[in-house]
Design a protein around this ligand. Structure first.
Ligand SMILES: Cc1cc2nc3c(=O)[nH]c(=O)nc-3n(C[C@H](O)[C@H](O)[C@H](O)COP(=O)(O)OP(=O)(O)OC[C@H]3O[C@@H](n4cnc5c(N)ncnc54)[C@H](O)[C@@H]3O)c2cc1C
Length: 552
Protein backbone atom coordinates (compact mmCIF):
# COMPACT_ATOMS: atom_id res chain seq x y z
CA UNK A 1 0.00 0.00 0.00
CA UNK A 2 1.35 3.48 -0.88
CA UNK A 3 2.29 5.87 1.89
CA UNK A 4 -0.48 8.17 3.13
CA UNK A 5 0.00 11.79 2.03
CA UNK A 6 0.53 14.99 4.00
CA UNK A 7 -0.35 18.03 1.89
CA UNK A 8 1.14 21.46 2.70
CA UNK A 9 -0.37 24.59 1.14
CA UNK A 10 1.33 27.98 1.22
CA UNK A 11 1.73 30.69 -1.44
CA UNK A 12 5.01 31.98 0.10
CA UNK A 13 7.78 29.80 -1.40
CA UNK A 14 10.04 30.21 1.65
CA UNK A 15 7.37 29.18 4.15
CA UNK A 16 6.21 26.39 1.86
CA UNK A 17 9.76 25.02 1.64
CA UNK A 18 10.26 25.34 5.41
CA UNK A 19 7.09 23.47 6.43
CA UNK A 20 7.69 20.75 3.85
CA UNK A 21 11.32 20.36 4.98
CA UNK A 22 10.33 20.08 8.67
CA UNK A 23 7.56 17.56 7.94
CA UNK A 24 9.70 15.55 5.54
CA UNK A 25 12.57 15.19 8.00
CA UNK A 26 10.34 13.84 10.76
CA UNK A 27 7.55 11.99 8.91
CA UNK A 28 9.05 11.27 5.47
CA UNK A 29 9.70 7.60 6.23
CA UNK A 30 6.01 6.90 6.76
CA UNK A 31 4.23 9.65 4.81
CA UNK A 32 4.58 11.25 1.42
CA UNK A 33 4.83 15.04 1.87
CA UNK A 34 3.20 16.86 -1.09
CA UNK A 35 3.28 20.65 -1.70
CA UNK A 36 0.80 23.08 -3.26
CA UNK A 37 1.13 26.85 -3.53
CA UNK A 38 -2.53 27.88 -3.79
CA UNK A 39 -5.97 26.69 -2.74
CA UNK A 40 -6.89 25.71 -6.30
CA UNK A 41 -3.74 23.71 -6.76
CA UNK A 42 -4.32 21.98 -3.40
CA UNK A 43 -7.85 20.93 -4.41
CA UNK A 44 -6.45 19.61 -7.70
CA UNK A 45 -3.80 17.57 -5.87
CA UNK A 46 -6.40 16.15 -3.47
CA UNK A 47 -8.65 15.16 -6.39
CA UNK A 48 -5.77 13.33 -8.09
CA UNK A 49 -4.92 11.50 -4.86
CA UNK A 50 -8.58 10.54 -4.38
CA UNK A 51 -8.79 9.18 -7.94
CA UNK A 52 -5.72 7.03 -7.24
CA UNK A 53 -7.30 5.94 -3.89
CA UNK A 54 -4.30 7.35 -2.06
CA UNK A 55 -5.13 8.18 1.56
CA UNK A 56 -4.54 11.74 2.80
CA UNK A 57 -3.64 11.90 6.49
CA UNK A 58 -3.30 15.67 6.96
CA UNK A 59 -3.62 19.01 5.19
CA UNK A 60 -1.55 21.87 6.66
CA UNK A 61 -2.55 25.14 5.04
CA UNK A 62 -1.62 28.79 5.37
CA UNK A 63 -4.64 31.03 6.02
CA UNK A 64 -3.70 34.16 4.06
CA UNK A 65 -3.46 33.24 0.40
CA UNK A 66 -4.73 35.23 -2.61
CA UNK A 67 -7.86 33.96 -4.42
CA UNK A 68 -8.79 31.37 -1.79
CA UNK A 69 -8.08 31.50 1.98
CA UNK A 70 -6.84 28.46 3.85
CA UNK A 71 -10.21 28.05 5.58
CA UNK A 72 -12.12 28.21 2.28
CA UNK A 73 -9.82 25.58 0.81
CA UNK A 74 -10.06 23.32 3.88
CA UNK A 75 -13.85 23.53 3.85
CA UNK A 76 -13.92 22.39 0.21
CA UNK A 77 -11.27 19.75 0.89
CA UNK A 78 -13.64 18.04 3.35
CA UNK A 79 -15.66 16.58 0.50
CA UNK A 80 -12.58 15.28 -1.36
CA UNK A 81 -10.54 14.00 1.61
CA UNK A 82 -13.15 13.69 4.38
CA UNK A 83 -10.99 11.95 6.98
CA UNK A 84 -7.84 14.08 6.60
CA UNK A 85 -6.77 16.03 9.68
CA UNK A 86 -6.83 19.78 9.06
CA UNK A 87 -4.22 22.17 10.43
CA UNK A 88 -4.28 25.91 9.78
CA UNK A 89 -1.05 27.95 9.88
CA UNK A 90 -1.89 31.48 10.97
CA UNK A 91 -0.43 34.78 11.96
CA UNK A 92 -1.30 36.04 15.45
CA UNK A 93 -3.76 38.53 13.92
CA UNK A 94 -5.82 35.63 12.50
CA UNK A 95 -6.27 33.76 15.77
CA UNK A 96 -9.94 34.79 16.00
CA UNK A 97 -10.61 33.51 12.49
CA UNK A 98 -8.92 30.20 13.32
CA UNK A 99 -10.93 29.72 16.52
CA UNK A 100 -14.13 30.42 14.57
CA UNK A 101 -13.08 27.81 11.97
CA UNK A 102 -12.93 25.16 14.72
CA UNK A 103 -16.68 25.68 15.11
CA UNK A 104 -17.60 26.42 11.52
CA UNK A 105 -15.67 23.83 9.54
CA UNK A 106 -14.42 21.43 12.24
CA UNK A 107 -10.78 22.57 11.91
CA UNK A 108 -8.65 20.17 13.96
CA UNK A 109 -5.92 22.58 15.06
CA UNK A 110 -4.29 25.94 14.33
CA UNK A 111 -0.63 26.85 14.77
CA UNK A 112 0.89 30.29 14.98
CA UNK A 113 3.75 30.99 12.58
CA UNK A 114 6.71 30.72 12.94
CA UNK A 115 6.79 27.27 14.59
CA UNK A 116 10.44 27.25 15.70
CA UNK A 117 11.76 25.19 17.34
CA UNK A 118 9.72 22.44 15.59
CA UNK A 119 10.50 19.92 18.35
CA UNK A 120 8.52 22.05 20.79
CA UNK A 121 5.97 23.87 18.67
CA UNK A 122 5.28 21.78 15.59
CA UNK A 123 5.94 18.07 16.12
CA UNK A 124 3.89 17.51 19.30
CA UNK A 125 0.79 18.88 17.50
CA UNK A 126 1.43 16.88 14.32
CA UNK A 127 2.23 13.70 16.31
CA UNK A 128 -1.18 14.00 17.98
CA UNK A 129 -3.04 14.66 14.73
CA UNK A 130 -1.35 11.84 12.85
CA UNK A 131 -1.79 9.48 15.82
CA UNK A 132 -5.54 10.20 15.74
CA UNK A 133 -5.65 9.73 12.00
CA UNK A 134 -3.85 6.39 12.17
CA UNK A 135 -6.20 5.13 14.86
CA UNK A 136 -9.21 6.14 12.75
CA UNK A 137 -7.70 4.51 9.63
CA UNK A 138 -6.33 1.22 10.86
CA UNK A 139 -6.58 -0.42 7.43
CA UNK A 140 -3.57 1.66 6.35
CA UNK A 141 -1.31 0.67 9.19
CA UNK A 142 -1.88 -2.92 10.29
CA UNK A 143 -1.59 -6.60 9.46
CA UNK A 144 -4.39 -7.82 11.77
CA UNK A 145 -7.26 -8.90 9.54
CA UNK A 146 -10.92 -9.59 10.24
CA UNK A 147 -12.98 -11.51 7.69
CA UNK A 148 -16.75 -11.60 8.08
CA UNK A 149 -20.20 -10.58 6.94
CA UNK A 150 -20.99 -6.88 6.85
CA UNK A 151 -24.27 -7.38 8.65
CA UNK A 152 -23.17 -10.01 11.18
CA UNK A 153 -23.63 -8.80 14.76
CA UNK A 154 -20.59 -10.82 15.95
CA UNK A 155 -18.41 -9.22 13.26
CA UNK A 156 -19.59 -5.83 14.42
CA UNK A 157 -18.88 -6.67 18.09
CA UNK A 158 -15.36 -7.81 17.22
CA UNK A 159 -14.68 -4.71 15.12
CA UNK A 160 -16.03 -2.49 17.89
CA UNK A 161 -13.90 -4.24 20.52
CA UNK A 162 -10.76 -3.80 18.40
CA UNK A 163 -11.52 -0.19 17.52
CA UNK A 164 -12.33 0.84 21.06
CA UNK A 165 -9.21 -0.88 22.40
CA UNK A 166 -7.15 0.94 19.78
CA UNK A 167 -6.12 -2.27 18.03
CA UNK A 168 -5.82 -1.44 14.31
CA UNK A 169 -7.27 -4.02 11.90
CA UNK A 170 -8.16 -4.47 8.26
CA UNK A 171 -11.72 -5.48 7.45
CA UNK A 172 -12.62 -7.95 4.68
CA UNK A 173 -16.32 -8.16 3.84
CA UNK A 174 -17.04 -11.63 2.40
CA UNK A 175 -19.66 -10.24 0.05
CA UNK A 176 -17.71 -7.28 -1.28
CA UNK A 177 -14.03 -8.05 -1.03
CA UNK A 178 -12.66 -10.82 -3.30
CA UNK A 179 -9.56 -11.23 -1.12
CA UNK A 180 -11.76 -12.47 1.72
CA UNK A 181 -12.49 -15.73 -0.17
CA UNK A 182 -8.76 -16.25 -0.62
CA UNK A 183 -8.15 -15.70 3.09
CA UNK A 184 -10.93 -18.18 3.97
CA UNK A 185 -9.39 -20.79 1.66
CA UNK A 186 -5.93 -20.25 3.13
CA UNK A 187 -7.34 -20.62 6.64
CA UNK A 188 -9.47 -23.59 5.47
CA UNK A 189 -12.43 -21.91 7.12
CA UNK A 190 -16.12 -22.51 6.46
CA UNK A 191 -18.86 -19.88 6.48
CA UNK A 192 -19.98 -21.18 9.89
CA UNK A 193 -16.59 -20.24 11.36
CA UNK A 194 -16.90 -16.55 10.49
CA UNK A 195 -15.83 -14.04 11.60
CA UNK A 196 -12.17 -15.01 11.28
CA UNK A 197 -9.48 -13.00 12.98
CA UNK A 198 -6.03 -13.45 11.46
CA UNK A 199 -3.51 -12.35 14.05
CA UNK A 200 -0.05 -11.52 12.62
CA UNK A 201 2.46 -14.16 13.70
CA UNK A 202 -0.33 -15.80 15.68
CA UNK A 203 -3.10 -18.29 15.20
CA UNK A 204 -6.26 -17.83 13.16
CA UNK A 205 -9.22 -17.30 15.46
CA UNK A 206 -12.60 -18.65 14.30
CA UNK A 207 -15.65 -16.77 15.63
CA UNK A 208 -13.71 -16.02 18.84
CA UNK A 209 -15.32 -14.93 22.11
CA UNK A 210 -14.20 -11.48 23.27
CA UNK A 211 -12.03 -12.84 26.15
CA UNK A 212 -10.34 -15.31 23.73
CA UNK A 213 -9.68 -12.53 21.25
CA UNK A 214 -8.30 -10.30 24.02
CA UNK A 215 -6.04 -13.12 25.27
CA UNK A 216 -4.58 -13.76 21.85
CA UNK A 217 -3.82 -10.04 21.41
CA UNK A 218 -2.07 -9.89 24.78
CA UNK A 219 -4.82 -7.74 26.33
CA UNK A 220 -4.98 -8.57 30.04
CA UNK A 221 -8.18 -10.36 31.10
CA UNK A 222 -7.11 -11.58 34.53
CA UNK A 223 -6.05 -9.89 37.78
CA UNK A 224 -2.48 -10.58 38.89
CA UNK A 225 -2.74 -10.13 42.66
CA UNK A 226 -4.83 -11.90 45.34
CA UNK A 227 -5.86 -8.63 47.05
CA UNK A 228 -5.86 -4.92 46.08
CA UNK A 229 -6.32 -1.72 48.07
CA UNK A 230 -8.91 -0.59 45.54
CA UNK A 231 -10.82 -2.25 42.72
CA UNK A 232 -12.49 0.12 40.26
CA UNK A 233 -15.41 -1.22 38.24
CA UNK A 234 -15.76 0.58 34.91
CA UNK A 235 -13.10 2.21 32.75
CA UNK A 236 -14.84 5.42 31.63
CA UNK A 237 -13.53 8.86 32.60
CA UNK A 238 -14.50 8.40 36.28
CA UNK A 239 -12.85 4.98 36.58
CA UNK A 240 -9.72 6.01 34.69
CA UNK A 241 -9.31 9.18 36.79
CA UNK A 242 -9.73 7.11 39.96
CA UNK A 243 -7.09 4.66 38.68
CA UNK A 244 -4.60 7.44 37.92
CA UNK A 245 -5.02 9.06 41.33
CA UNK A 246 -5.13 5.80 43.31
CA UNK A 247 -2.07 4.28 41.65
CA UNK A 248 -0.11 7.52 41.74
CA UNK A 249 -0.76 7.75 45.49
CA UNK A 250 0.63 4.28 46.08
CA UNK A 251 -2.58 2.25 46.41
CA UNK A 252 -2.49 -1.17 44.73
CA UNK A 253 -5.13 -0.65 42.06
CA UNK A 254 -7.02 -2.74 39.55
CA UNK A 255 -9.63 -1.51 37.09
CA UNK A 256 -12.14 -3.91 35.51
CA UNK A 257 -13.80 -2.93 32.23
CA UNK A 258 -16.15 -5.11 30.25
CA UNK A 259 -15.70 -3.49 26.83
CA UNK A 260 -12.97 -0.94 26.31
CA UNK A 261 -11.52 1.93 28.34
CA UNK A 262 -13.11 5.27 27.60
CA UNK A 263 -16.75 4.46 28.36
CA UNK A 264 -19.30 6.73 26.74
CA UNK A 265 -16.65 9.42 26.29
CA UNK A 266 -14.71 6.96 24.14
CA UNK A 267 -17.53 7.20 21.60
CA UNK A 268 -17.40 10.96 21.36
CA UNK A 269 -15.99 12.19 18.05
CA UNK A 270 -14.96 15.44 19.68
CA UNK A 271 -15.24 16.54 23.31
CA UNK A 272 -15.21 20.30 23.20
CA UNK A 273 -15.91 21.35 26.77
CA UNK A 274 -13.10 19.57 28.60
CA UNK A 275 -10.83 22.07 30.32
CA UNK A 276 -7.48 22.66 28.67
CA UNK A 277 -8.35 21.42 25.15
CA UNK A 278 -9.63 24.51 23.30
CA UNK A 279 -9.73 22.63 19.98
CA UNK A 280 -11.55 19.69 21.56
CA UNK A 281 -10.19 16.16 21.57
CA UNK A 282 -11.64 12.88 20.53
CA UNK A 283 -12.92 10.55 23.24
CA UNK A 284 -10.70 7.82 21.91
CA UNK A 285 -7.66 10.06 22.25
CA UNK A 286 -8.64 11.02 25.81
CA UNK A 287 -9.12 7.35 26.71
CA UNK A 288 -5.81 6.30 25.25
CA UNK A 289 -3.93 9.00 27.12
CA UNK A 290 -5.69 8.11 30.39
CA UNK A 291 -4.97 4.39 29.99
CA UNK A 292 -1.28 5.11 29.39
CA UNK A 293 -1.21 7.43 32.41
CA UNK A 294 -2.87 4.87 34.71
CA UNK A 295 -0.52 2.13 33.50
CA UNK A 296 2.53 4.37 34.03
CA UNK A 297 1.60 4.72 37.70
CA UNK A 298 1.20 0.95 38.01
CA UNK A 299 -2.60 0.48 37.85
CA UNK A 300 -3.57 -2.93 36.47
CA UNK A 301 -6.35 -3.21 33.90
CA UNK A 302 -8.53 -6.28 33.41
CA UNK A 303 -10.46 -6.05 30.14
CA UNK A 304 -13.30 -7.94 28.48
CA UNK A 305 -14.72 -8.94 31.86
CA UNK A 306 -18.23 -8.13 32.99
CA UNK A 307 -18.67 -7.60 36.72
CA UNK A 308 -21.84 -9.46 37.71
CA UNK A 309 -21.82 -9.43 41.52
CA UNK A 310 -20.49 -7.75 44.66
CA UNK A 311 -19.80 -9.58 47.92
CA UNK A 312 -18.42 -8.58 51.30
CA UNK A 313 -16.17 -11.02 53.13
CA UNK A 314 -15.32 -9.55 56.55
CA UNK A 315 -13.20 -6.42 55.95
CA UNK A 316 -12.71 -7.27 52.30
CA UNK A 317 -15.02 -6.80 49.28
CA UNK A 318 -15.05 -9.00 46.19
CA UNK A 319 -16.30 -8.23 42.69
CA UNK A 320 -17.49 -11.31 40.85
CA UNK A 321 -16.47 -11.56 37.19
CA UNK A 322 -18.63 -13.38 34.68
CA UNK A 323 -17.08 -16.79 34.11
CA UNK A 324 -13.72 -15.83 35.58
CA UNK A 325 -13.74 -15.93 39.40
CA UNK A 326 -13.50 -12.77 41.45
CA UNK A 327 -11.18 -9.97 42.55
CA UNK A 328 -10.78 -9.03 46.22
CA UNK A 329 -10.08 -5.50 47.38
CA UNK A 330 -10.24 -3.48 50.60
CA UNK A 331 -12.36 -0.84 48.86
CA UNK A 332 -14.42 -0.62 45.67
CA UNK A 333 -15.20 2.30 43.36
CA UNK A 334 -18.27 1.74 41.19
CA UNK A 335 -17.82 3.81 38.01
CA UNK A 336 -20.06 1.91 35.62
CA UNK A 337 -21.73 4.96 34.07
CA UNK A 338 -24.89 4.55 32.01
CA UNK A 339 -25.88 2.70 28.84
CA UNK A 340 -28.29 3.71 26.10
CA UNK A 341 -31.92 2.66 26.53
CA UNK A 342 -33.36 0.30 23.94
CA UNK A 343 -35.40 1.88 21.18
CA UNK A 344 -38.99 0.64 21.29
CA UNK A 345 -39.68 0.03 17.59
CA UNK A 346 -41.20 -3.04 15.93
CA UNK A 347 -38.54 -5.50 14.76
CA UNK A 348 -35.70 -3.70 16.54
CA UNK A 349 -34.25 -6.87 18.10
CA UNK A 350 -33.88 -8.57 14.70
CA UNK A 351 -31.59 -5.84 13.40
CA UNK A 352 -29.55 -4.80 16.43
CA UNK A 353 -25.94 -5.31 15.27
CA UNK A 354 -27.19 -5.75 11.68
CA UNK A 355 -27.67 -2.15 10.68
CA UNK A 356 -28.94 -0.82 14.04
CA UNK A 357 -26.36 0.22 16.61
CA UNK A 358 -26.48 1.85 20.05
CA UNK A 359 -23.95 4.69 20.07
CA UNK A 360 -21.34 5.05 17.33
CA UNK A 361 -17.56 4.84 17.29
CA UNK A 362 -15.37 7.11 15.23
CA UNK A 363 -14.56 4.08 13.07
CA UNK A 364 -18.26 3.50 12.25
CA UNK A 365 -18.24 6.74 10.31
CA UNK A 366 -15.93 5.53 7.54
CA UNK A 367 -18.02 2.39 7.05
CA UNK A 368 -21.03 4.51 6.10
CA UNK A 369 -19.16 6.29 3.31
CA UNK A 370 -21.57 7.31 0.56
CA UNK A 371 -24.64 5.81 2.32
CA UNK A 372 -27.71 7.33 3.96
CA UNK A 373 -27.62 7.21 7.76
CA UNK A 374 -30.43 7.67 10.27
CA UNK A 375 -29.86 8.75 13.86
CA UNK A 376 -32.41 8.76 16.69
CA UNK A 377 -31.74 11.20 19.54
CA UNK A 378 -31.80 14.88 20.36
CA UNK A 379 -29.08 15.40 22.96
CA UNK A 380 -25.41 16.34 22.49
CA UNK A 381 -24.32 12.76 21.86
CA UNK A 382 -26.71 12.48 18.88
CA UNK A 383 -25.64 15.90 17.60
CA UNK A 384 -21.93 15.02 17.74
CA UNK A 385 -22.60 11.74 15.97
CA UNK A 386 -24.61 13.48 13.23
CA UNK A 387 -21.75 15.89 12.53
CA UNK A 388 -19.16 13.13 12.56
CA UNK A 389 -21.15 10.79 10.31
CA UNK A 390 -21.97 13.66 7.93
CA UNK A 391 -18.27 13.82 7.02
CA UNK A 392 -18.60 10.47 5.26
CA UNK A 393 -22.27 9.67 4.67
CA UNK A 394 -24.22 10.87 1.65
CA UNK A 395 -27.03 12.11 3.89
CA UNK A 396 -27.68 12.04 7.62
CA UNK A 397 -31.27 12.10 8.87
CA UNK A 398 -31.68 13.04 12.52
CA UNK A 399 -35.02 11.77 13.84
CA UNK A 400 -36.12 13.88 16.78
CA UNK A 401 -39.24 13.43 18.88
CA UNK A 402 -39.40 17.09 19.98
CA UNK A 403 -40.34 19.99 17.68
CA UNK A 404 -36.92 21.61 18.27
CA UNK A 405 -33.31 20.63 18.97
CA UNK A 406 -32.70 23.62 21.22
CA UNK A 407 -34.10 22.11 24.42
CA UNK A 408 -31.56 19.32 24.87
CA UNK A 409 -28.62 20.09 22.62
CA UNK A 410 -25.89 22.70 23.15
CA UNK A 411 -26.22 25.74 20.92
CA UNK A 412 -22.88 25.31 19.15
CA UNK A 413 -24.00 21.86 17.95
CA UNK A 414 -27.48 23.06 16.90
CA UNK A 415 -25.88 25.88 14.87
CA UNK A 416 -23.53 23.49 13.12
CA UNK A 417 -26.27 21.00 12.34
CA UNK A 418 -28.49 23.73 10.91
CA UNK A 419 -25.67 24.89 8.63
CA UNK A 420 -24.68 21.42 7.46
CA UNK A 421 -26.35 20.67 4.14
CA UNK A 422 -25.73 16.91 4.53
CA UNK A 423 -27.88 16.76 7.68
CA UNK A 424 -31.67 16.75 7.57
CA UNK A 425 -33.63 16.97 10.83
CA UNK A 426 -37.07 15.32 11.03
CA UNK A 427 -38.77 17.05 13.95
CA UNK A 428 -41.75 15.65 15.92
CA UNK A 429 -40.89 12.25 14.47
CA UNK A 430 -40.26 8.73 15.75
CA UNK A 431 -38.87 5.54 14.31
CA UNK A 432 -41.60 2.96 15.01
CA UNK A 433 -40.60 0.00 12.84
CA UNK A 434 -37.64 -1.68 11.16
CA UNK A 435 -37.63 -4.27 8.38
CA UNK A 436 -35.22 -6.05 6.07
CA UNK A 437 -33.93 -9.37 4.89
CA UNK A 438 -31.08 -10.40 7.22
CA UNK A 439 -30.11 -6.77 7.84
CA UNK A 440 -31.81 -3.39 8.11
CA UNK A 441 -33.31 -2.21 4.83
CA UNK A 442 -36.29 -0.05 5.80
CA UNK A 443 -37.51 2.14 8.62
CA UNK A 444 -41.01 3.28 9.38
CA UNK A 445 -41.05 6.87 10.62
CA UNK A 446 -44.13 8.53 12.06
CA UNK A 447 -44.48 12.32 11.92
CA UNK A 448 -46.57 13.20 14.98
CA UNK A 449 -47.17 16.80 13.83
CA UNK A 450 -48.79 15.85 10.51
CA UNK A 451 -49.90 12.41 11.73
CA UNK A 452 -48.33 10.71 8.71
CA UNK A 453 -46.43 7.47 8.45
CA UNK A 454 -43.66 6.81 5.94
CA UNK A 455 -41.50 3.80 5.00
CA UNK A 456 -38.00 4.91 4.03
CA UNK A 457 -35.06 2.88 2.70
CA UNK A 458 -32.33 2.71 5.38
CA UNK A 459 -29.33 0.53 6.04
CA UNK A 460 -27.82 2.33 9.05
CA UNK A 461 -29.58 3.48 12.21
CA UNK A 462 -27.60 4.79 15.19
CA UNK A 463 -29.55 5.20 18.43
CA UNK A 464 -28.67 7.80 21.06
CA UNK A 465 -31.60 7.90 23.45
CA UNK A 466 -31.78 8.43 27.20
CA UNK A 467 -29.32 6.43 29.16
CA UNK A 468 -29.87 4.28 32.25
CA UNK A 469 -27.47 2.77 34.78
CA UNK A 470 -27.29 -1.02 34.82
CA UNK A 471 -26.69 -1.63 38.51
CA UNK A 472 -28.68 -4.78 39.37
CA UNK A 473 -25.42 -6.62 40.01
CA UNK A 474 -24.82 -4.45 43.12
CA UNK A 475 -27.52 -6.36 45.04
CA UNK A 476 -30.10 -5.03 47.52
CA UNK A 477 -27.64 -3.65 50.13
CA UNK A 478 -26.49 -0.81 47.91
CA UNK A 479 -29.18 1.89 47.93
CA UNK A 480 -30.39 3.04 44.51
CA UNK A 481 -33.24 5.19 43.27
CA UNK A 482 -36.09 3.77 41.21
CA UNK A 483 -34.08 4.19 37.99
CA UNK A 484 -31.03 2.38 39.40
CA UNK A 485 -28.78 5.39 40.11
CA UNK A 486 -26.56 4.79 43.15
CA UNK A 487 -27.30 6.88 46.25
CA UNK A 488 -24.21 8.26 48.03
CA UNK A 489 -23.06 10.51 50.87
CA UNK A 490 -25.58 12.94 52.33
CA UNK A 491 -28.38 11.61 50.13
CA UNK A 492 -28.29 8.42 52.24
CA UNK A 493 -29.71 10.47 55.11
CA UNK A 494 -32.97 10.89 53.17
CA UNK A 495 -35.78 8.93 54.91
CA UNK A 496 -36.11 6.68 51.86
CA UNK A 497 -32.56 5.35 52.29
CA UNK A 498 -31.46 6.07 55.88
CA UNK A 499 -32.19 2.55 57.11
CA UNK A 500 -29.64 1.16 54.68
CA UNK A 501 -26.74 3.03 56.36
CA UNK A 502 -25.77 0.99 59.44
CA UNK A 503 -22.67 2.69 60.91
CA UNK A 504 -22.68 5.40 63.58
CA UNK A 505 -20.33 7.64 61.54
CA UNK A 506 -22.00 9.48 58.66
CA UNK A 507 -21.17 8.22 55.16
CA UNK A 508 -18.34 9.94 53.32
CA UNK A 509 -19.39 11.93 50.25
CA UNK A 510 -19.53 9.44 47.31
CA UNK A 511 -19.74 6.49 49.74
CA UNK A 512 -22.63 4.11 49.05
CA UNK A 513 -24.81 2.46 51.70
CA UNK A 514 -22.15 -0.26 52.01
CA UNK A 515 -19.11 1.23 53.83
CA UNK A 516 -15.97 1.04 51.70
CA UNK A 517 -17.91 0.90 48.43
CA UNK A 518 -17.90 4.27 46.59
CA UNK A 519 -19.62 5.46 43.41
CA UNK A 520 -18.32 8.07 40.96
CA UNK A 521 -19.48 9.56 37.66
CA UNK A 522 -22.70 9.07 35.72
CA UNK A 523 -23.82 6.04 37.74
CA UNK A 524 -24.27 8.22 40.83
CA UNK A 525 -27.62 9.79 41.66
CA UNK A 526 -27.69 13.49 40.70
CA UNK A 527 -24.34 13.39 38.92
CA UNK A 528 -23.75 15.99 36.24
CA UNK A 529 -23.28 13.58 33.26
CA UNK A 530 -20.21 15.26 31.86
CA UNK A 531 -16.63 14.15 31.27
CA UNK A 532 -15.15 16.78 33.58
CA UNK A 533 -17.48 15.97 36.47
CA UNK A 534 -16.87 12.22 36.06
CA UNK A 535 -13.11 12.83 36.12
CA UNK A 536 -13.49 15.07 39.17
CA UNK A 537 -15.56 12.50 41.06
CA UNK A 538 -13.14 9.72 40.14
CA UNK A 539 -10.26 11.73 41.58
CA UNK A 540 -12.25 12.73 44.66
CA UNK A 541 -13.33 9.15 45.37
CA UNK A 542 -9.68 8.20 45.90
CA UNK A 543 -9.31 10.83 48.63
CA UNK A 544 -12.35 9.28 50.33
CA UNK A 545 -10.96 5.75 49.91
CA UNK A 546 -7.88 6.89 51.89
CA UNK A 547 -10.15 8.18 54.66
CA UNK A 548 -12.14 4.95 54.68
CA UNK A 549 -9.01 2.75 54.77
CA UNK A 550 -7.86 4.71 57.82
CA UNK A 551 -11.04 3.57 59.64
CA UNK A 552 -10.56 -0.20 59.21
C1 LIG B 1 -21.48 10.05 22.16
C2 LIG B 1 -21.28 10.82 23.44
C3 LIG B 1 -20.70 12.07 23.41
C4 LIG B 1 -20.48 12.77 24.60
N1 LIG B 1 -19.89 13.99 24.53
C5 LIG B 1 -19.61 14.67 25.66
C6 LIG B 1 -18.94 15.91 25.61
O1 LIG B 1 -18.60 16.42 24.53
N2 LIG B 1 -18.65 16.52 26.78
C7 LIG B 1 -19.00 16.00 27.99
O2 LIG B 1 -18.67 16.59 29.03
N3 LIG B 1 -19.66 14.83 28.08
C8 LIG B 1 -19.97 14.15 26.94
N4 LIG B 1 -20.64 12.96 27.01
C9 LIG B 1 -21.01 12.44 28.35
C10 LIG B 1 -19.77 11.77 29.00
O3 LIG B 1 -19.14 10.93 28.06
C11 LIG B 1 -20.16 10.99 30.24
O4 LIG B 1 -20.72 11.88 31.17
C12 LIG B 1 -18.93 10.31 30.87
O5 LIG B 1 -18.34 9.42 29.96
C13 LIG B 1 -19.33 9.56 32.14
O6 LIG B 1 -18.20 8.89 32.61
P1 LIG B 1 -18.31 7.63 33.59
O7 LIG B 1 -16.92 7.14 33.79
O8 LIG B 1 -19.11 7.99 34.78
O9 LIG B 1 -19.17 6.52 32.81
P2 LIG B 1 -19.06 5.88 31.38
O10 LIG B 1 -18.35 6.77 30.45
O11 LIG B 1 -20.44 5.44 31.06
O12 LIG B 1 -18.13 4.59 31.61
C14 LIG B 1 -18.58 3.47 32.33
C15 LIG B 1 -17.75 2.27 31.94
O13 LIG B 1 -18.09 1.19 32.78
C16 LIG B 1 -18.15 -0.02 32.03
N5 LIG B 1 -19.05 -0.94 32.71
C17 LIG B 1 -20.37 -0.76 32.95
N6 LIG B 1 -20.87 -1.79 33.63
C18 LIG B 1 -19.84 -2.66 33.83
C19 LIG B 1 -19.73 -3.92 34.48
N7 LIG B 1 -20.79 -4.48 35.08
N8 LIG B 1 -18.53 -4.55 34.49
C20 LIG B 1 -17.44 -3.96 33.90
N9 LIG B 1 -17.49 -2.76 33.27
C21 LIG B 1 -18.68 -2.12 33.25
C22 LIG B 1 -18.69 0.43 30.68
O14 LIG B 1 -18.34 -0.49 29.65
C23 LIG B 1 -18.01 1.79 30.51
O15 LIG B 1 -16.78 1.68 29.83
C24 LIG B 1 -20.88 12.22 25.84
C25 LIG B 1 -21.49 10.97 25.87
C26 LIG B 1 -21.69 10.27 24.69
C27 LIG B 1 -22.34 8.92 24.73
Amino acid sequence: MSKPAILTVDDDPRVSAAISRDLQSRYGAEYRVVRATSGDEALGVLTKLALRSQPVAMIASDQRMPAMTGIEMLERARTIAPGAKQLLLTAYADTGVAIKAINDIGLDHYLLKPWDPPDERLYPVIDDLLGDWRRANPEVTTDLRVVGHRWSDRSHEIKTFLARNHVPYRWYDVERNPESQQLMELAQATAAELPLVLVPEGETLRAPSTPDLADSLGISTRAEQPLYDVCIVGGGPAGLAAAVYAASEGLSTVIVEREAPGGQAGQSARIENYLGFPNGLSGSDLAQRAVAQAARFGAETVLARDVVGLQTRGPVHAVVLEGAGDIEARSIIVATGVSYRQLGADGIDDFTGRGIYYGANASDATQCQGDDVHIVGAANSAGQAALNLARFAKRVVLVVRAPTLKDRMSRYLVDRIEHNSTIEVRYSSEVVGCAGDGHLERLTIVDRASDTREDVPASWLFVFIGASPRTDWLGPDIARDDKGFVVTGQDLQHPAYEEQWRLTRPPFALETSRPGVFAAGDVRLDSMKRVASAVGEGAMSVHLVHRYLATI
